[in-house]
Design a protein around this ligand. Structure first.
Ligand code: 48N
Length: 341
């Protein structure tokens, strides 16, 4: 007799129990159909329900464009669905179901650098107290004293992502790049405020020099949270975009200060700032600096995660992710403080 298959008595979903009856045929019993047995013993008679191709197209496009219409005015836009951005999205969506939260992710596959722990190794290290976020997400880990280890980074990321995507007030627009920021300048103070993002399909954004005039779309919002990671082709996007406003020297040891508060005679515009540039790896310094530094960098724009290292000139931390999770948590607070005040 053939050995029992891996599906033996496997509970697949609430309505179905997949089990093999020993002679290696799969019996699918659906409670939803009052226990009507669907025998797959004779696959020759198997048949899906009928469909017309246009039905599938309408099923996708109606929903996508309804979402695009709904979220073109969002309360919060999160740029970058990596560990920091998704951690912030989780905290915001769970605590403020009244907020419309749009997540814009350039890659087809969200998750950023959080599918592996480091140098393509699977396990993922988070230093305490970041394990409290794992407890919140009900993710198992090995407790090693001062740090914990999730057996695979993908377990963390897939769990976090699945929870974020289930919130009714969250919409993920992946394969979509933020190409620019929507800015407003206060007529009286001259202060710059961020009021939304400029988007395009990522494949379009990557091909502007192959086609002319592929103009973008826009999303207005009360506040943007930028978590686009450290430098690289796409990294530190919003910080770099802001820097283009001017090159006011900044004292990186003090963290970001708008021109008006810096002791410098530079003539850059009041809101100009210069990137501090991510520094060398120092795990102990880096993680505290990222979490503590997470803030509304300019009115309407919170920066968190590794993008912040490019702003403040703080160190990188290498293959440890506690700061990403808790920077996301702190970013959620900064977003709410900005919205509610
Ligand atoms: O995972 P990342 O890159 O960014 P974070 O800050 O969430 O996490 C950083 C973390 O993975 C590390 O780098 C670790 C801790 N290593 C540290 C070290 O010392 O090396 O996610 C950023 C996401 C990515 O998915 C990008 O595709 C996306 O942002 N993105 C964008 N999405 C839309 N529009 C853009 N312009 C854009 N730029 C980046």
């Amino acid at each position: 007799m053939a050995p029992p298959t891996m599906l033996q008595n496997a509970q697949v979903a609430t309505q179905f129990t997949l089990s093999t009856s020993g002679e290696n045929t799969i019996r699918l019993t659906s409670d939803a159909e009052n226990n009507a047995d669907v025998k797959f013993a004779n696959w020759d008679k198997f048949k899906f329900a009928p469909i017309r191709e246009s039905t599938v197209s309408r099923a996708m496009t109606r929903r996508y464009f309804a979402d695009l219409d709904k979220y073109t005015e969002s309360d919060v836009v999160i740029v970058g669905a990596g560990s920091a951005g998704l951690s912030a999205a989780y905290v915001l969506a769970k605590n403020r179901p009244d907020l419309k939260i749009a997540i814009i992710e350039a890659s087809v596959s969200p998750g950023g650098g959080c599918w592996l722990g480091g140098q393509l190794f699977s396990a993922m290290v988070l230093r305490k107290p970041a394990n409290i976020f794992l407890d919140e997400l009900d993710i198992a880990y090995d407790d090693e004293g001062d740090y914990v280890v999730v057996k695979h980074a993908a377990l963390f990321m897939s769990t976090l992502m699945s929870k974020v995507l289930q919130f009714p007030n969250v919409k993920l627009f992946n394969a979509t790049a933020v190409e620019d920021l929507i800015t407003r300048r206060d007529e009286t103070t001259g202060e710059l405020r961020i009021a939304g993002v400029v988007t395009n399909w990522t494949l379009v954004a990557l091909n502007h020099d192959t086609q002319s005039c592929m103009d973008p779309n826009t999303i207005n919002c009360n506040i943007v949270l930028s978590t686009t990671g450290h430098d690289g082709p796409f990294g530190a996007f919003s910080a770099k975009r802001l820097e283009s406003l001017g090159k006011a020297p900044k004292d990186v040891t003090q963290g970001f200060k708008p021109q008006s508060e810096q002791n410098t005679t530079a003539t850059a515009p009041a809101d100009g700032f210069q990137l501090g540039g991510m520094r060398g790896l120092d795990m102990n310094k880096a993680e505290d600096a990222i979490v503590k530094g997470t803030r509304e960098v300019v009115p309407g724009l919170v920066i968190a995660g590794m993008e912040l290292a490019e702003v403040d000139g703080s160190n990188r931390m290498g293959p440890t992710f506690g700061a990403m999770a808790l920077s996301g948590v702190k970013a959620a607070e900064a977003v709410l403080n900005s919205i509610d005040h």
